[in-house]
Design a protein around this ligand. Structure first.
Ligand SMILES: *Cc1c(COP(=O)(O)O)cnc(C)c1O
Length: 390
């Protein structure tokens, strides 16, 4: 009666599974596409595209990544708190009042204006240290970055022009370690726009040199450019999506490089019932059975990041067979029709994303049904389903 009882293990009913060995293999595969003296910067922003930021960062470093990149200061701070000491580049822009965090956590800032540079210089001097920064150059993305003189409008744009970067060379406590740009359109077959960006980038790097700034690390390549634009590899590459085994777009073939998906989403059937013909399923009664069938309830919904746009559209895998979604996806549950799959019972495995038997549901399949891209399918997971690592 007094014997200690083992704590019952509460198995999650649905979960996101991340295969870190496949992820590590993808990192090594991508590294083989770049020269051996080109650095590798693993882009692990947005919780590593939903795959778990810390675990993926550590795995990327174990597989030969030199740098990490994130988009938010909080993401970089979380990496430091987890004991990661590798160089971290903040792709986003810090506001002047936030730069002290970058200094105390040894985070490399992207700099695209002189005010941020001055604030960083002051923070570095206050800590009696020197901060590495990377200049961000807008060569055709139209987001962050100093502009090429060819597009600077005298009336509004002077402050954003590359000539302003010259003043950064004189600021104390800063070392311009890098200069980089980001492609808007490297993921299409027609590389005209990307090549125009490359020309402007090379131009602007030469202008920096004229101003006495010669960054050791020039970088430009996202996944698409790592795979298809070798002239953009420079001193470092910054792949994201391809490390997770997903294609940057339908115009970029990753299978020929043997990059494999890292994430799967699995759940257990929690309820099954046989229903008659003319039986309506879920909110709005948008699905009505046309024959007697069997409906199974799966514990995933839009609160998990499983889009409501999949209502009456998506499929899941049960016993290696595709089962169509019946009715609306709700906040917590989604119903599937398993009338054609004998013997489905509570506790059976359901694959929402990933392979089962000879079938597979990819992030691209889900994205195609919901009018978005694979990136949003995995980053859109809300964190309610636990991540588990293989
Ligand atoms: C997200 C991002 C990347 C990675 O892009 P992928 O298409 O996922 O390879 C690289 N650089 C910057 C600046 C980014 O914002």
């Amino acid at each position: 009666m007094n014997s200690p009882k083992a704590q019952p293990v509460l198995e999650p009913q649905s979960r996101v599974q991340v295969d870190l060995s496949v992820f590590g293999q993808n990192v090594r595969t991508l590294k083989r596409l770049i020269p051996s003296d080109t650095r590798f910067c693993a882009v692990v922003k947005a919780n590593a595209y939903g795959h778990g930021g810390i675990q993926c960062a550590k795995t990327a470093l174990e597989n030969g990544s030199h740098f990490l990149a994130v988009a938010r200061i909080s993401e970089a701070v979380a990496m430091r708190d987890a004991g990661i000491t590798a160089p971290i580049l903040l792709l986003g822009e810090a506001l002047p009042e936030q730069v002290s965090f970058l200094a105390t956590h040894d985070i490399r800032a992207s700099v695209a204006d002189i005010q941020t540079a001055k604030a960083l210089s002051a923070a570095a001097q206050a800590l009696n240290t020197r901060l590495n920064i990377h200049l961000k150059l807008d060569t055709g993305m139209g987001r962050l970055g100093f502009l090429h003189p060819g597009v600077v409008t005298p009336k509004y744009g002077e402050a954003a022009g590359i000539r302003q970067a010259g003043d950064i060379a004189d600021l104390k406590g800063l070392r311009v370690e890098g200069a980089y740009t980001h492609f808007a359109k490297a993921d299409v077959i027609d590389k005209t726009h990307a090549k125009g960006q490359l020309t402007r980038f090379n131009d602007m790097v030469a202008m920096l040199a004229d101003m006495g700034i010669r960054p050791e690390i020039r970088h430009a390549a996202n996944s698409a450019a790592v795979l298809e634009l070798p002239e953009a590899h420079f001193d470092m590459v910054r792949p994201g999506v391809a490390m997770y085994g997903m294609a940057p777009s339908h115009e970029v073939d990753i299978t020929r490089h043997k990059l494999a998906p890292v994430m799967s989403i699995t759940a257990k059937v929690i309820y099954v019932k046989a229903v008659p013909e003319n039986f309506s399923v879920s909110y709005g009664c948008t699905h009505v059975t046309t024959t007697p069938t069997v409906i199974a309830t799966v514990p995933i919904g839009y609160a998990d990041g499983y889009s409501r746009l999949l209502s009456n559209q998506g499929q899941m895998l049960v016993k290696g067979k595709k089962a169509p979604i019946a009715g609306r996806v709700t906040m917590d549950f989604t119903m599937i029709d398993v009338g054609h799959i004998p013997g489905v019972k509570p506790g059976d495995d359901v694959i929402i994303l990933g392979p089962q038997g000879n079938e597979r549901i990819s992030a691209d399949d889900i994205a195609g049904l919901t009018g978005t891209i694979n990136y949003e399918v995995t980053t859109g997971l809300t964190g309610r389903m636990p991540l588990s690592y293989l």
